[in-house]
Design a protein around this ligand. Structure first.
Ligand SMILES: [Zn+2]
Length: 303
């Protein structure tokens, strides 16, 4: 679940449930998977299906190593109010960003939110005078960056939500939930650790996918993922070229762009080096938030 960002997101439409389990993943020697750089309803659905298959396949061996018997999550793309057993989506902001629902083991992917992340990051970078530097670095025009990469943005948001699935599948979500109960700074820090660990896991799975050849790895795709994580962090004031942000004095809730990018990048490095993204990200988030990491099982089945 995410913070409010979109105002007036289109609520009309229908809930589209997609059966993504069993979607084929390219063999290691095949061309790396990717999302189309141009968003259409069809390319968006294909992108989410491809990313779900690639990411869950990379997580499965680790989940098995940690004793999880949880199967692959369901993924549901929504364009209207996402009817679900976790939240009353007719109130509040839940319809405006993708979210994980543990009660039916489903990631709900927001189609209306998908164009927003990369496009609005680019607009803000333009306003703050740094988009030209970003564009030079990724060999694209500013105009192209301003048009956004909705599919890769949605795949990155999906990767975060699948981090919550991994936390659920390994049983560590209950630890964070229990520790973040109540009020006070320590409880808040555990809430942030839960979210920042999911950012780390998003980085892990995308770094692992890039390093293993499962996913195309280009500068502009990395730009789109970073732009998405930064935009999800909310306050983009004080940005400098190449995703450098001022550090927050206090990490609140999901964390700001500095914290979220830092944990995402830490996860990417863990994934690229084939380190354990479950324990590695739990530890990285704990270190960053000055909390104790959750106990992670290495053998016993959870359920
Ligand atoms: Zn989250």
């Amino acid at each position: 679940m995410r913070r409010t960002i979109l105002a007036g997101a289109a609520l009309a439409g229908v809930l589209v449930a997609t059966g993504l389990a069993g979607t084929a993943v390219a063999a290691p020697d095949a061309a790396p998977a990717a999302c189309s750089p141009t968003r259409t309803p069809a390319s968006f659905r294909a992108c989410i299906a491809t990313a779900t298959a690639a990411y869950t396949q990379l997580w499965q061996p680790l989940l098995a190593a940690h004793g999880s018997t949880t199967g692959s999550p369901a993924v549901s793309i929504y364009t209207g109010v996402p009817l679900n057993p976790c939240f009353d989506a007719t109130v509040g902001d839940v319809v405006e960003a993708s979210f994980w629902c543990d009660r039916n083991e489903t990631v709900y992917v927001s189609a209306p939110a998908s164009p927003y992340w990369t496009r609005d990051y680019a607009r803000e970078a333009k306003a703050q005078g740094i988009l030209a530097a970003d564009a030079r670095r990724v060999h694209r025009s500013q105009k192209r960056l301003l048009a956004g990469f909705a599919n890769q943005g949605a795949a990155t948001e999906l990767a975060h939500e699948l981090g919550h699935w991994v936390q659920y599948a390994t049983g560590i979500d209950a630890y964070y939930l229990q520790k973040s109960q109540g009020t006070g700074r320590l409880a808040e820090r555990y809430g942030s650790a839960f979210e920042l660990a999911a950012d780390c896991m998003a980085g892990w799975v995308q770094g692992r996918a890039a390093a293993s050849g499962a996913w195309r790895n280009t500068a502009v795709l990395r730009w789109a993922s970073h732009a998405t994580i930064a935009e999800l962090g909310g306050d983009l004031s004080g940005m400098r070229p190449h995703f450098r942000f001022p550090r927050e004095t206090t990490v609140i809730a999901h964390g700001g762009p500095y914290s979220r990018l830092r944990l995402y990048d830490a996860g990417w490095a863990l994934g690229a080096s084939a380190a354990d993204g479950v324990t590695g990200c739990a530890q990285a988030a704990a270190d960053y938030t000055r909390t104790e990491p959750p106990p992670v099982s290495s053998r016993s089945a959870r359920r």
